[in-house]
Design a protein. Sequence first.
Lengths: 514, 385
Amino acid sequence: MRQALLMQKLPICYLLIGGVACFASVITDYQQVYPRFSILLYFGYGILRLASFLVYEIFMTNTELWQAVLSEIELSISKANFITWFKNTSIFSNKNGQVIISVPNGFAKEWLENKYNLYILRALRNIQEDIKTVSCIIAANQESTEKKISMVDAVVPSNNAFFREKRAPINQESNLNHKYTFDNFVVGGSNELAKAACFAVSQNLGSVYNPLFIYGGVGLGKTHLIQSIGNEILKNNPEHKIKYITSERFTSELIDSIKTGKIRDFKDYYQKIDLLIIDDIQFISGKEKTQEEFFHIFNHLYQLNKQIVLSSDRAPKAIQILEERLKSRFEGGMIADIIRPDFETRVAILRKKALDQEMEINDDALEFIAENIKNNIRELEGAFNRVFVSAQLSKNKIDLNYVKKMLSEIISSGKKKGVTHKHVIKTVSAFYDITETDLIAKNRKQEVVKPRQIAMYLMRSELQYSFPNIGDRMGGRDHTTALHAYEKIAELIEREEKIAEEINYLREQLYSIN
Amino acid sequence: MKLICTQDNFKKAIYNTERIVSKQNTLPILNNILFEAKKGFLVFSATNLEMGAQVKVGVKVEKEGKITIPAKIISSFSNNLPQGDNVLIESVEQGIKIKSGSFKAIIKGVSADDFPLIPKKSSEYLLNINSIDLKNILSKEMVSVAQNEARQELTGINLILSQKEIFFASTDSFRLSESRISINKENINKEVFEAYINKKDSIIIPFGTLNEVMRIISNNEECDVKITIESGQIFFEIEETKIVSRLINGKYPEYKHIMPKDYKTRVVLEKSVFQNAVKMANIFASGKSGEISIKIDSGVKKIFIGASSAETGENSTELKFDVSGPSQEVILNSKYLLDGINSISTSKVAFLMNSESTPIALKEINEQTGEVLHDFTYIVMPIKN
């Protein structure tokens, strides 16, 4: 409704603004030639300005009007009173000088009509002079008019509420979310291998790549990929028994079954599955009993050539406190990693999203988003949605400038806010299991040299510290030391994948500190 | 303000209003009860802005006036007042002086200017229900109201008006209670009623409001309760006490289709025996959902109620009752079942079911004829194995 109003007033506004601009330019021209007439022109200009102001006021939406009234009333009464009486109020209608205010209950109705009537009327008149009366209506009444449609919608799911217990298992059966399919997964260099492996698995269940282990950082599409396997199989063979579960849920189910003495059922259930997908398997690290049960289930399924798919945020050997026998089993099948998407993939993902939403956005703008949001896809989607939704609301055309404006906050403050050299030192020393003092101490012990260089590298690459500054922070070292460290690690990253992986992991850790 | 009031009237008025005061303190005056002396009456008002109560009692007014007094203090004072002497109230600087027999107190108050206005009804009453009937219905319905605020519309009791009957229903989506009253000349205001049901036939009354209505009815002699419904508000008149409350905004789920029309298996049980057996099974029921199993054997005309869990052990009660229809077995939540049995007001109860996965029902049995009564139905969803 508000949009409709906006649309109505737009042409008038344009006309007026055009008029004002036109007059303004005419004035400057005339001033030079006929200085005496200019006074007349100024007069005309003034009238136009006034008219455009009035048009704005008259066409002000009810929401805007009420906002203005509230902010005025707020000044004249106490905060407690304001909150009590004006919460959840709005203008219900505004016609022929009669304003009807929608209020949440009878008490507010009585109070606004009898005590605050004058305040409200005065505040309304300040903005819209022709208002004569104010009355209130209790909000419940609205359902008979405009709210009706939405209410009917809201009731549809509740019809089945009574059967919720009954309906749930159908969804629970596989636990898969239908929105994740191979079709809507955007493939790029960073996830090509993982996608190919998953697809192959979905075509030949249990016979190739068993178990399949997918790992990669947060928000890169692991869950999407592994659920796609399940959905693909369900599409082709609905009778297959598929279970998708997070390792956390798996653990709590196990605990429950131990508690109620139904461990037998638990095992039986899992040993009958054709495709077992466990997400975020790294969380079973340190949980011995879960690992043991999982080990048995794993072996059983593996023996029967049933497919197992696992995902984790790091490679099996990097998962701490994971039993050796499990580790070696995880590594026995196929391991595929997903790394951060490259620029082209990010652009492709955004294009696909834009296409899905039927949104018009030019390439510059898309590339700007892709260039600035690098860390993961979830963030990329977040940024995209932010632009999309705000553009939809404000009816703005999406171009580079608009996107820049919308995302300036995320890009400038976003990730880097609050991360300092202290975080780097803490993260690095924790990761390599050395103390912070050792990290910045003046010695050249073999085991601390590399971490120290990595810390310096991160300070440069992530925080953009100057080399002398880095030297200072690392226990008063020379800036050339820092420079050397940076160059050395930068070069190592190119050559050694292990280092690159470690740096990536550290980077994630760094930003997950709040 | 200066007046004399009988102690009975005073205590009753305080009792009927004290609980309605607000618990939150954005507006401190809502913790108070308003005393308003005017033309031979003293009116007590209290509100929490969701509902309000007003009690009008006849008193001897010597000087008119009004003031608000903290509900907590005045109710404690009134509760501890021994039976007997009249109550004398007189306003003093920033408070009231109150005197009864040998008890005397000065209670600090707040000026009445900022006390909310209690909405007044503008139309004639719609329903006129005997207070004992209403109390019976509400006590049955309040059991099934959802306590969880997640779904606003389930936190109240649904009142459905039709040409011939009035239904009260409540559900928390696991069980459902429905009570019915037939319409006759006395219990409706014909003109208003017909005009009303053309516009709207279903409203949701908040649990808290009905709880308060119940409390007031229970403290009162048998009388008629007049109910008026206006836009978004409901008014109850219980003799000299008036309650006004907001209604819950929203549409109550259609529940009629959930209730089975026929039942294959029927068992008529002695209420107290059944109650005991379920309580016993509850001791051994496992988990949070308190699962107990009920087995009906139509061959030997017996019903077995039992439970088992890994920690506590197991039990079984064997009852011999009149069974008709095929044998059945069902797993139920013991608490929900017990709530239903407790709601039955006759000495015998009918246990009705179709299968292990469809709703089971409890109904009352006519004491004389032994027929199943349909005025009250309690439905529970079985737990799936």
